[in-house]
Design a protein around this ligand. Structure first.
Ligand code: NAD
Length: 471
């Protein structure tokens, strides 16, 4: 861990609330000049963003060690590698993505050259949460740049080391006239949310999403939401148990469970729970042989209030803690914890846990598991552990979720070429690769109608006499 190294990270400062409208106004003026539109400019900025990340990997790792006590390896594997790939992919594809498209040929319309122009929306606002600051702030920035927009970034106040670093690096690497960072918490984000934006991407919790959406409704700013929820894991007793436990527990303990697509709870058939719990315990002992509290490979909860929230859920559970359960308020440490005998109305089932606690819910069979899932909000992710195609298809075809992964967890966020997004209360819109480019792009329908077409089209002009009525 780098947290104790001599800190040469910048210090966090909040953007004055009264300056925020001017930041947006300045970018709006720049956008109108056309500065951000040329493909050459976009490619140059995408390359600069890739270098912003690549040149500063140790600083990002140090910042996240300070904010989350996260290991350097986890920061690289979960955030930095994927964000770099996204920037490089966009660099190579931006010209192709931005090319105007002709509408399908039609006898009625071909002479008017119907064309779809891929145009930037304008000045976009990206509001991101604390849990994967590089990935959730800079990956959408890749898409905003590729689509030719100017962009304001609002990182989370809960990761002050990262947010200060990004505020310092953005103007050094990117065009400061077209890209800006606003730092701050509720007052600053509230102020930003009151302004009119050409698009807002909000990633975070559903409570704040409602506030952002309500503010955006007043200015008619379009919003994409990337939210969370309770993502289930459905376990088939014929699964490869060791592999299942390893992949499921990894999804639960990475970033100390503070992941939007972490498996939130497991639905395990009656009679299989003891074996399943034993396999999970074995994995936890392998991952943290000296215990998670002293391990450099295990994160801390980001803030005192999130710590108190998760501890409160654990204190109130009616289930049995069969592994872990210890906490340390001063260190914001919550031990990876397995809880059995959990019912649907337990404290652990009332909200997204967002911590390293796995409730295990016993079900009779796959039908009961499906009903349990369908009785709740559509989750962002659904995980199915089974070797059996009929079992997998049954779960997938009878449920809804933002994404679904078979026999693994979390990998869908990084898989190139797949859309990433929620459904219903877990969010709307897609924030990966070309799908994110599309989110920040306006499809501008364009027709160019030659005068000669009036030989065919003049029936539309008044007066609507008898002859025209017969047409
Ligand atoms: P959060 O909603 O508390 O904060 C997100 C952002 O909103 C921050 O930038 C914060 O400054 C701002 N904010 C907070 N209160 C606000 C208010 N009253 N008005 C306006 N803005 C406000 O989220 P968090 O705790 O940082 O992140 C955790 C949540 O994010 C979880 O629910 C998780 O599932 C979700 N998430 C979703 C995705 C995804 O891609 N779908 C990814 C990561 C996290």
């Amino acid at each position: 861990l780098n947290a104790n190294r001599e800190p040469d990270l910048p210090s966090y400062t909040t953007t004055p609330v009264d300056d925020i409208p001017a930041v947006r106004g300045r970018l709006k003026d720049v956008f109108k000049t056309g500065r951000t539109r040329p493909i050459q400019f976009r490619k140059q900025q995408l390359l600069a963003l890739a270098y912003l990340i690549k040149d500063n990997i140790p600083l990002f790792q140090r910042a996240l060690a300070s904010d989350l006590r996260r290991s350097d390896t986890e920061t690289f594997v979960l955030e930095i590698g994927g964000t770099l790939t996204e920037a490089v992919n966009a660099y190579h594809n931006v010209a192709k993505w931005s090319k105007p498209e002709r509408a399908p040929w039609s006898l009625n319309w071909f002479a008017t050259k119907p064309t779809i122009r891929k145009e930037p929306k304008g000045v976009v606002l990206i509001i991101s949460p604390f849990n994967y600051p590089v990935w959730l702030l800079l990956r959408p920035l890749v898409a905003a740049i590729a689509a030719g927009n100017a962009c304001v970034l609002k990182p989370s106040e809960l990761t002050p080391a990262f947010s200060a670093l990004i505020a310092e690096l953005v103007p050094k690497y990117l065009d400061p006239e077209s890209f800006a960072v606003i730092n701050g918490a509720i007052p600053e984000t509230t102020k930003a949310g009151q302004l009119q934006w050409d698009h807002i991407l909000y990633t975070g919790g559903s409570r704040v999403a409602s506030i952002v959406l309500a503010a955006a409704a007043k200015t008619l700013s379009p919003v994409t939401t990337e939210l969370g929820g309770k993502s289930p894991a459905v376990i088939d007793p014929s699964c490869d148990l060791k592999l299942t436990a390893r992949r499921l527990i990894w999804g639960k303990v990475a970033n100390a469970g503070q992941t939007c697509i972490a498996p939130d709870y497991a639905l395990v058939p009656k009679g299989f729970v003891d074996q399943f719990v034993q396999a999970c315990k074995d994995v936890l002992k392998d991952f943290y042989p000296e215990g998670a509290e002293s391990s450099d490979s295990f994160c801390r909860i980001v803030s005192a209030s999130h710590f108190a929230r998760i501890k409160g859920l654990l204190d109130r559970t009616d289930g049995q803690i069969v592994f872990g359960g210890s906490t340390n308020e001063e260190k914001k440490f919550i031990e990876p914890t397995l809880v059995t005998g959990v019912n649907g109305d337990d404290s652990l089932m009332g909200e997204e846990i967002f911590g390293p606690v796995l409730p295990i819910i016993e079900v009779d069979d796959v039908d009961e598991a499906i009903k349990f899932i369908n009785d709740r909000d559509h989750p962002l992710a659904l995980y199915v552990f089974s070797p059996n195609s009929a079992f997998k298809s049954k779960v997938i075809e009878n449920t809804q979720s933002g994404t679904v992964v078979i026999n693994d967890t979390m990998i869908q966020a990084a898989a190139e070429g797949l859309p990433f997004g929620g459904i219903g209360p877990s969010g709307s819109g897609y924030t990966s690769g070309k799908f994110a480019f599309d989110m920040f792009t306006h499809l501008r329908s364009t027709l160019d109608n030659p005068g000669i077409m009036d030989y065919i089209m003049k029936f539309r002009y008044p007066p609507y006499n008898e002859k025209k009525r017969k047409l």
